[in-house]
Design a protein around this ligand. Structure first.
Ligand code: CAP
Ligand code: MG
Length: 415
């Protein structure tokens, strides 16, 4: 181990052990570097190496990673299990997506995918409910669950916010959702919003006979999030919402632990993910962020609209398939389709993503010409029609709210 050199991290004949974490990177070497050199440095800097040959005395545990495959710009690296602290996502990421992102040896580097081994993966809890929320919390049968976020994102008073929630629930939606930047501001304080929204939720449940719930945004520093989660449970709500990228994964893990005690589901908003995943040749892919979210244990995660909405999406369908896939018995995650959706897009959305999703629309509900309640009804009608196999135009003939929405937005993708 002392005297270790960059080339010691490259072994193209190596077969990873089952217990090793295998990461696939896109690597573009710096102008003065060949691929093998750059790829060895990726394994080195992300495990136990540095730029100098060390002169450390004595025996040291060898925790070197191994670059074992290079195909074009695609590089695969295997990491020994002992490199990682069980159950610590920040530590894992400080290895596999840490210093290497800024190494001068590479012009660009992107963590594309991870093959998670059993020992490391099962040291995390995974989701408590996953897509089971559709029937454990709601009685949704085969249909997607539905949500709406009041708009404008911020600025509504607590009374206005709760009233919009009431209209949306009575109109037919399952979930009211806070926006990612609405937390505990003076115009709409967290505690008041929670209490008032849940009072309206109870009224809407009584009126409709359906279960309704609220994705209340507890995003803050970790201690405050834990206090807010306690308040949410005390007041009889089923969910918390967390902006998982901006809070960081360590905080998400702490919230997940508390939510186990409280029996709360976690809705994960991914605001800021594009800082990592938007440039296709650099950063961390949304696929990997979604893997991390599942392993840390969120129940619902925004994964985009399969290119139907207003925001850039990376392979929504492939990511959703990963979220449903078998992972050592760990629960799955319910994908949330959101960002520029409206009733006219629902049939195509379900065609692309299936029904095991949550459909979230803000502007596509509150922008309905007849207001929020009609917008909510139109969204729910579009879901019911699609699940029943009835074309939206046909269903709209005797569902006026859907008719008005289709007349306004058609089946166009907004920008
Ligand atoms: C959607 C949304 C979500 C985005 C985030 C918004 O509102 O609440 O934050 O969906 O993107 O503020 O834009 P609209 P993603 O329905 O009015 O577009 O789901 O891709 O993470
Ligand atoms: Mg939003």
């Amino acid at each position: 181990m002392p005297g270790i050199k960059y080339e010691d991290f490259l072994d193209l004949g190596y077969t990873p052990a089952e217990s090793e974490l295998v990461c696939t990177f896109h690597v573009e070497p710096a102008a003065d570097m060949d691929m093998e050199d750059a790829a060895s440095r990726v394994a080195s800097e992300s495990s136990n190496g540095t730029w100098a040959e060390l002169q450390v005395e004595g025996s040291i545990t060898d925790l070197s990673a191994t670059t074992f495959s290079i195909e074009g710009n695609e590089v695969k690296v295997a990491y020994p299990d002992a490199l990682f602290e069980d159950g610590s996502m920040p530590q894992v990421l400080s290895c596999i997506a840490g210093n290497i992102m800024g190494m001068k040896a590479v012009e660009r580097i992107r963590l594309l995918d991870c093959d998670w081994p059993e020992p490391l993966t099962t040291s995390f809890p995974g989701p408590q409910f996953g897509s089971g929320v559709r029937n454990e919390i709601f009685d949704a049968g085969d249909r997607p669950i539905t949500a709406t976020v009041p708009k404008p994102k911020v600025g509504l008073s607590t009374d206005q916010h709760a009233q919009i929630g009431y209209e949306a629930w009575v109109g037919g939606l399952d979930l009211l959702k806070d926006d990612e930047n609405l937390t505990d501001q003076d115009f709409n304080p967290f505690a008041d919003r929670l209490t008032q929204s849940l009072a309206m939720r109870d009224d809407a449940q009584d009126e409709t006979g359906e279960t309704k719930s609220y994705l209340v945004n507890i995003t803050a520093d970790t201690n405050t999030m834990l206090e807010r989660a306690d308040m949410v449970a005390e007041q009889g709500c089923e969910y918390v919402m967390v902006d998982v990228v901006t809070t960081g994964w360590g905080a998400v893990q702490s919230v997940r632990e508390r939510c186990e005690e409280l029996g709360l589901a976690i809705h994960a908003h991914r605001a800021m993910h594009a800082a990592f995943d938007r440039i296709p040749t650099h950063g961390v892919s949304m696929r990997v962020l979604a893997q991390i979210a599942r392993i840390c244990g969120v129940d619902q995660l925004h994964t985009g609209t399969a290119d139907l909405g207003k925001l850039e999406n990376e392979d929504t369908v492939g990511i959703n398939e990963w979220l449903y896939s078998d992972l050592y018995g760990m629960n799955d995650v319910l994908p949330v389709a959101s960002g520029g959706l409206h009733p006219g897009l629902v049939a195509e959305l379900i065609d692309r993503e299936g029904t095991n999703i949550c459909i979230q629309a803000g502007g596509g509900v509150h922008g309905h010409p007849d207001g929020t309640r009609a917008g909510a009804a139109a969204l729910r009608q579009s879901v019911d029609a699609t699940v029943a196999g009835i074309p939206l135009e046909e269903y709209a003939e005797d569902h006026p709210e859907l008719k008005v929405a289709l007349d306004k937005w058609g089946t166009e993708t907004p920008r």
